[in-house]
Design a protein around this ligand. Structure first.
Ligand code: PMP
Length: 283
C-alpha cells in the first residue's frame, strides 16, 4: 500500500510518525473515514466539513486546504488502484520536542496521515443477514460530537459484543441509547423511523444526515428523539448507519429477535436508496 504522511506518498513500511506525536501519547487528534465506490468518494464534502468542525472545537487547524485534501484522497485511490473500500484520515496536534500536557505552540505542525483500506462494502454477510447488538453502558466523555481518535471504549464495546456472541454494541446513557460503537442507531415502529436527536452525546454521522434526507424525500416518517433499549426490543426493525456500512439492519438486541429476525423492509429500502443516490453523487 502507498500511504500519505505529511506531504509525502510512500510505501506503508517506510511511513513513520514520531514517538512524541500527541495522537500516540494523548489521543490528541481527529479522524474521518470516507468510503469509496467505483473508485469515487462518497460524501467527501460532508466529511471535510465535519473534519473542520472537529478541528475547530479542539483549537486545531488542518495543515492543508480542503481542496488539497480532496486531491490527496484521489491520489491515494489512484496509487492504490482502489475501487471499493475506505480512506482513513487522521490529524493530530503534532509531535513537540517532549511529552507535555500543555498544547504545543504554533511551531509544532499537525501530523496528517491518510491510508486506504480495500474492502467490499456493497456485498457483505452483515448487509445480507443483519447484525446482532448488545447494550452496554456509555461511559465515554461528554463531547462525542467531536470525532477524536479516543476509541478505546468503543473498541472495548466491540470486544464485549464479540465475547457475548454478538456483532456490535449499542451504548446507553441515562437510560437512553446514544449510538453504536462506530455507527448511529435507529429503530422503526409502525413505519416511523426513530433516531436520537443531535447534540454533544453522539457523533453527527454524515451517513445519518444523508439517510434522514433520503427518508424524508421518500415520504417516510422520521422522529429525532431519544429511545430506550426496552423500546428498541419491541420495535419492528432496527438499523445502524456509518460511512463504511451504509445502512445495516439490526436483527437482534440483547438476544431478543426483532420481527422475524431478518433485515426489515425499511432498512433494506433505505440501504438501496442510500447506495444508489451516493453512487450517483460520488466524486
Ligand atoms: N457514531 C460513531 C461513534 C462513529 O464512530 C461513527 C463512524 N465513524 C458514526 C456514528 C457514523 O458516522 P458516519 O456516518 O459519518 O460514518
Amino acid at each position: 500500500r502507498t500511504v500519505y504522511v505529511n506531504g509525502t506518498y510512500l510505501p506503508e513500511e517506510e511511513a513513520k510518525v514520531s514517538v512524541f506525536d500527541r495522537g500516540f501519547l494523548f489521543a490528541d487528534g481527529v479522524y474521518e473515514v470516507t468510503s469509496v465506490l467505483d473508485g469515487k468518494l462518497i460524501d467527501f464534502h460532508g466529511h471535510a466539513q465535519r473534519l473542520q468542525r472537529s478541528l475547530g472545537e479542539l483549537g486545531m487547524t488542518s495543515p492543508v486546504t480542503m481542496d488539497e485534501l480532496l486531491d490527496i484522497h484521489r491520489e491515494l485511490v489512484t496509487r492504490n488502484d482502489l475501487s471499493e473500500g475506505m480512506i482513513y484520515l487522521q490529524i493530530t496536534r503534532g509531535a513537540p520536542a517532549d511529552r507535555d500536557f500543555v498544547f504545543p505552540g504554533p511551531d509544532t505542525p499537525p501530523t496528517l496521515v491518510l491510508f486506504t483500506q480495500a474492502k467490499g462494502l456493497i456485498d457483505s454477510p452483515a448487509a445480507e443477514k443483519g447484525i446482532s447488538v448488545i447494550s452496554i453502558d456509555d461511559i465515554r466523555w461528554g463531547r462525542r460530537d467531536i470525532k477524536t481518535v479516543q476509541l478505546l471504549y468503543p473498541s472495548m464495546g466491540k470486544m464485549m459484543a464479540k465475547e457475548a456472541g454478538a456483532d456490535d454494541a449499542w451504548m446507553v446513557a441515562e437510560g437512553f441509547v446514544t449510538e453504536g460503537t462506530s455507527n448511529n442507531a435507529y429503530i422503526v415502529k409502525d413505519g416511523k423511523i426513530v433516531t436520537r436527536h443531535l447534540g454533544n452525546e453522539i457523533l453527527h454521522g454524515i451517513t445519518r444526515a444523508a439517510v434522514l434526507k433520503f427518508a424524508s424525500e421518500a415520504q417516510m416518517e422520521v422522529e429525532e428523539r431519544p429511545f430506550t433499549i426496552e423500546e428498541a426490543k419491541q420495535a419492528d426493525e432496527a438499523f445502524v448507519t456509518s460511512a463504511s456500512t451504509f445502512v445495516t439492519a439490526v436483527v437482534a438486541i440483547d438476544g431478543v429477535s426483532l420481527g422475524d429476525g431478518t433485515p426489515g423492509p425499511v432498512a433494506r429500502r433505505l440501504r438501496d436508496i442510500y447506495i444508489e443516490a451516493s453512487r450517483k453523487a460520488a466524486i
